[in-house]
Design a protein around this ligand. Structure first.
Ligand SMILES: Cc1cc2nc3c(=O)[nH]c(=O)nc-3n(C[C@H](O)[C@H](O)[C@H](O)COP(=O)(O)OP(=O)(O)OC[C@H]3O[C@@H](n4cnc5c(N)ncnc54)[C@H](O)[C@@H]3O)c2cc1C
Length: 429
């Protein structure tokens, strides 16, 4: 039986481990920290469970949500955008959703969304792959449905055609303005909270992996990937050698590169990260402003007010043991919106790129391991010519730094493990 070492028990590492084990490989997952999940992390703060890093699930494809029985708590509307002091509710039903934008005076929203959904159908064909597609391959298919501008225009240029500027950051993240509008489609999703916090995503996969015999070792930081003549031999961790025919790293490409002594082609940049995530434990819920009353169970998008996005997961999840507010952005602007918020706060846990670097063994604190923009899209992620395979035989990569990219999707781990299976079946390993 072929032996595999998976580096990292983040959700992608666990998905990869499960998929390889069910195809008969002998799989050990080595995790540096004392818990599974990586950035799909439910932590206890003052006895209350919080999604410490990621906070909503949206980009995981349905087949994986179903396969791993992820306990998603469906809300409708799944999101509300505050625009010009009024709510735009994103209902699951598209006509109802589109009417909301019309009501807000955004006449071209329907046209924009239809092209976007057509493009997302195209992207579906390129989701489960063992070799990332090139931009040109995706462009070819996009042309057939009239959605080529998602590849030919930047986020800012494309959205300017349809939406007022104040709404742009509800559809892509700051720093992506000049990057391909493909990213607008990548992040367009029905974002929902998960029962038990985002750590429950990893726990669901973990449970399935354990049932079929995956071994997971915590507090086991891989220090070196062992190679001889461009062939992987295993890894070194805790001063011990773990021999393996295959090593699949789901640590970030920057972290993976640091484990290789002489691999000149392995150089990656995590880019600059500048984000704040506040996990607020509340004594009581603050009085909501009228604009979001009735939508408190949904993800609340306050980007047009410069206040990021917030969610009160404890309003729809009674397993957290307390009242929780997650804030991706700054706290200050929220004090204006919720005048009594300061009095309601018990404790604030603030996560920064520096702290994430330490907690999640994540050089540079990039939430997506590598920037989500050119030149790290499609078959250039993590680097042109690599995909999930590397120039070192038996060494694969399958974390957020590989195609299609970051967020809690499980796709990189799933695809990378399928690349291993494919190579094995073709006698390449
Ligand atoms: C503040 C914040 C908010 C976010 N919000 C969302 C959101 O709402 N929705 C969403 O979908 N995504 C969100 N994300 C992004 C998302 O969480 C990540 O992109 C995703 O979890 C990455 O998963 P992964 O399994 O690829 O990697 P990781 O979660 O980084 O897991 C990699 C694992 O490898 C381990 N590791 C690293 N080096 C070694 C080593 N040498 N030896 C052994 N183990 C090692 C790490 O400890 C870690 O456990 C957010 C992230 C952050 C930080």
């Amino acid at each position: 039986m072929r032996k595999v070492v998976v580096i990292g028990a983040g959700h992608n590492g666990l998905v990869a481990a499960y998929n390889l084990r069910r195809r008969g490989f002998c799989v050990s997952v080595l995790e540096a920290s004392n818990k599974i999940g990586g950035m799909a992390d439910t932590s206890e703060i003052f006895g209350v469970k919080v999604s410490r890093a990621s906070y909503v699930l949206g980009v995981m494809p349905k087949p994986l949500v179903e396969l791993f029985e992820i306990p998603v708590i469906e809300q409708d509307p799944y999101e509300v955008i505050v625009y010009e002091g009024k709510p735009i509710a994103l209902w699951k039903e598209k006509q109802r959703r589109r009417k909301e934008f019309e009501k807000a005076g955004i006449e071209r929203y329907s046209e924009f969304e239809q092209t976007l959904l057509n493009f997302k159908e195209v992207l579906k064909k390129f989701t489960f792959v063992t070799k990332p597609p090139s931009r040109e391959e995706v462009l070819e298919e996009a042309k057939k449905v009239g959605a080529e501008d998602f590849l030919l225009k930047s986020c800012e240029a494309l959205l300017s055609r349809y939406l007022p500027k104040e709404l742009h950051y509800s559809f892509y993240y700051p720093g992506m303005n000049n990057s391909s509008a493909y990213l607008v489609a990548y992040f367009f999703a029905e974002w929902q909270v998960v029962k038990g916090g985002m750590g429950a995503v990893a726990q669901s996969v973990f449970k399935k992996a354990l049932e079929i015999g995956v071994e997971v070792r915590l507090n086991t930081k891989v220090e070196r990937i062992l190679i001889s003549k461009d062939r992987v031999l295993g890894v070194e961790a805790d001063g011990k050698k773990f021999e393996a025919d295959i090593v699949l790293s789901t640590a970030s490409p920057v972290a993976t590169a640091s484990l290789l002594c002489h691999a000149p082609n392995f150089r990656f940049e995590a880019g600059k990260s500048n984000w704040r995530k506040h996990n607020v434990i509340l004594k009581s819920y603050p009085k909501p402003p009228d604009v979001i009353k009735g939508y408190l169970n949904s993800l609340i998008d306050l980007e047009s007010m410069g206040a990021g996005e917030i969610v009160f997961p404890s309003l729809c999840d009674d397993t957290l043991g307390g009242k929780v507010l997650n804030v991706m952005g700054e706290l200050e602007p929220l004090f204006e919106l919720f005048p009594d918020l300061k009095d309601c706060i018990k404790v604030v846990d603030t996560l920064t790129p520096k702290l994430a670097e330490k907690l999640y063994n994540l050089p540079g604190g990039n939430v997506n391991h590598l920037p989500m923009k050119e030149p790290y899209l499609f078959d250039e992620r993590p680097k042109k010519g690599m995909g999930y395979r590397t120039p070192i035989k038996g060494l694969y990569m399958g974390g957020a730094g590989t195609y299609p990219g970051g967020q809690v999707s499980g796709v990189p781990g799933y695809n990378a493990s399928n690349a291993v299976i494919e190579d094995f079946e073709q006698g390449e390993l």
